[in-house]
Ligand binder design. Structure first.
Ligand code: SF4
Length: 427
C-alpha cells in the first residue's frame, strides 16, 4: 500500500521503532548539524561510502537557536522572514529535497527547470538554492552580477560531480587530442567535443565552453548529443557514465564504441585503437542513489504487482533502464504520473523524496520506490529547515551568508556552455 509520509517521517519512525535495516543509516534520523564537525564528509545516505575530495566545502555550526528550535518554531521563523523579504528573495527547490524544505520553494523542479528559473527574477537580491553545490554555481553564472546565490548548507555537494575533477579531465583531453589531433574532417566535424552533465563543477562547464562543448541535463541529453554529433566525430561525456551510455545507446551508438575512461590511468585504461573507434568516451562517474537500483527489484515489483508501470531515471545502470518500461528525467517521471488517467501502480527508480511526494500528491495511484531501503541523497538531505531559517533571517538583517560565487575567469566560458544547453530544449 502507498505510504504518504515524508521521507524524514519514515526515517524517524523506522529508527524509533528499532527497524534499523529499513534505512541505509540510522544517523539519518539526526539533525544534519551533527555532521558539521569541521571535516569534509558527505554524511549519512547514499553517498556515504564515496570518496569526498579534500577541498570540499565545509559547513560551520549554525547557532544553537536554530539547531534547538522545534519544527513549529522553524516554520514560523521561515514564513516570517520570507514575508519580510518579499520579492527580494526567491527560493528554488530541487525535486530531491526533503518535503519539509520544498513547502517553502517558489519554484520546484529539476536542474534544467531551476537553471531557467534562476534567470527569471532580476528583481531578487538573493536566490536561495535548496539543492546542491553545482546547481547554486549554475544559478550564479546565469543570474545577474548584483544577485547573490545562497546555498543553505555548504556541505550539500554531489558525489557524482566530485568524481570528475578539472585536472583529470584536462589530462584526459590532452591525451585524446594527441591521438585525434584537432583538424576537422572532410565534413567539417572536429575529432571530439566535450559534453558535461549539469552535475559538474562550474570549472568543468567552463572547460566545455572553452573547447566548443556544451552542458546537458537528463531532460535534454539526447538533444545535446545530437547537437554534438552535428559538430564532432565523437563525444567525451562526463561525469555520469550511465546517462551517457543510456542516451547514446537509445540513439543507436553500439556499446563497443563507448569505452569507459578511468581518470589517472594512461589512456583512461584503454588502448589507442579502441579510442580511435570510439563514438562516446564515458567518464567513470555515477550517482550513488541511482546505482542502488537493480533488475531484481524490477522483477519483484512485477511479481508483486502484475501490470505495474516501472519508470526509472537514466542515471540508473543500463540493465535497469533496459528492464524498465520507461525511463526519463525527474520531470518526465512527474509528467508520466500526472498523465495517468486510470488508477495505476507505479514502481519508480529515482531519489526517494521525489517518489514519496508523488505518492502523497496522487493518492489515486499506488506509487512506491523500487529500492525498499530508505536511502536519500546524502547531500540534498543536508539541507534542513534550520539552515533555511538561518540564511533567511541573516538576509533580513542585511547579511549574506553561504554565498556561492563562481570566479570571474570561469564565468564567461561556463555561461557559453550553459547557454548552448538552454537553447537545446528537452524533448
Ligand atoms: S542524487 Fe546523485 S547526482 Fe543527484 S545530487 Fe545526489 S549524488 Fe548527486
Amino acid at each position: 500500500m502507498t505510504t504518504t509520509a515524508s521521507v524524514n517521517e519514515l526515517i524517524q519512525l523506522s529508527v524509533k521503532g528499532g527497524k534499523t535495516d529499513a534505512t541505509c543509516g540510522t544517523s539519518l534520523a539526526k539533525g544534519p548539524w551533527e555532521f558539521d564537525k569541521g571535516v569534509a564528509e558527505y554524511g549519512p545516505g547514499a553517498s556515504l561510502d564515496d570518496h569526498i575530495p579534500a577541498n570540499s566545502p565545509i559547513q560551520a555550526q549554525i547557532p544553537a537557536s536554530y539547531r534547538e528550535a522545534s519544527d513549529e518554531e522553524l516554520d514560523a521563523r521561515i514564513r516570517a522572514a520570507k514575508e519580510t523579504l518579499g520579492d527580494r528573495v526567491v527560493i528554488l527547490g530541487h525535486f530531491y529535497q526533503r518535503e519539509e524544505i520544498v513547502q517553502y520553494a517558489d519554484y520546484l523542479g529539476d536542474s534544467f527547470q531551476l537553471a531557467v528559473a534562476a534567470t527569471k527574477h532580476p528583481e531578487a537580491e538573493a536566490i536561495v538554492f535548496c539543492g546542491v553545490h553545482f546547481m547554486a554555481e549554475t544559478a550564479d553564472v546565469l543570474s545577474s552580477a548584483s544577485q547573490s546565490v545562497i546555498l543553505p548548507n555548504l556541505a550539500a555537494g554531489c558525489s557524482m560531480a566530485d568524481m570528475a575533477d578539472t585536472l583529470s579531465v584536462e589530462d584526459c583531453w590532452e591525451q585524446l587530442t594527441e591521438i585525434y589531433g584537432t583538424e576537422p574532417n572532410a565534413e567539417g566535424k572536429v575529432p571530439v567535443i566535450p559534453v558535461t552533465y549539469m552535475n559538474s563543477s562550474a570549472a568543468l562547464k567552463s572547460f566545455c565552453g572553452r573547447n566548443g562543448g556544451i552542458v546537458c541535463t537528463s531532460s535534454n541529453a539526447q538533444t545535446v548529443l545530437e547537437w554534438a554529433f552535428e559538430r564532432a566525430e565523437r563525444v567525451l561525456f562526463f561525469p555520469d557514465q550511465h546517462l551517457g551510455r543510456n542516451t547514446a545507446l537509445a540513439m543507436g551508438v553500439p556499446l563497443e564504441n563507448m569505452p569507459l575512461w578511468h581518470g589517472r590511468k594512461a589512456l583512461g585504461g584503454n588502448d589507442e585503437l579502441t579510442l580511435k573507434d570510439a563514438k562516446v568516451i564515458l567518464w567513470n562517474g555515477f550517482c550513488s542513489v541511482h546505482k542502488r537500483f537493480n533488475v531484481g527489484q524490477i522483477e519483484k515489483a512485477r511479481k508483486d504487482f502484475p501490470g505495474v508501470r516501472v519508470i526509472v531515471h537514466p542515471e540508473c545502470p543500463m540493465d535497469v533502464v533496459q528492464a524498465a518500461d520507461e525511463y526519463g528525467s525527474t520531470d518526465y517521471i512527474r509528467r508520466a504520473v500526472d498523465g495517468a488517467t486510470e488508477p495505476t501502480t507505479f514502481a519508480i527508480g529515482t531519489e526517494i523524496n521525489m517518489v514519496q511526494r508523488l505518492a502523497a500528491q496522487y493518492p489515486q495511484h499506488n506509487i512506491f520506490c523500487l529500492d525498499p531501503v530508505i536511502c536519500p541523497c546524502s547531500t540534498m538531505y543536508r539541507i534542513h529547515p534550520a539552515y533555511l531559517a538561518w540564511v533567511l533571517e541573516e538576509l533580513v538583517k542585511g547579511n549574506v551568508v553561504n554565498q556561492i560565487t563562481v570566479a570571474a575567469d570561469v564565468q564567461d566560458n561556463a555561461k557559453i556552455a550553459l547557454e548552448r544547453m538552454l537553447a537545446a530544449k528537452p524533448q
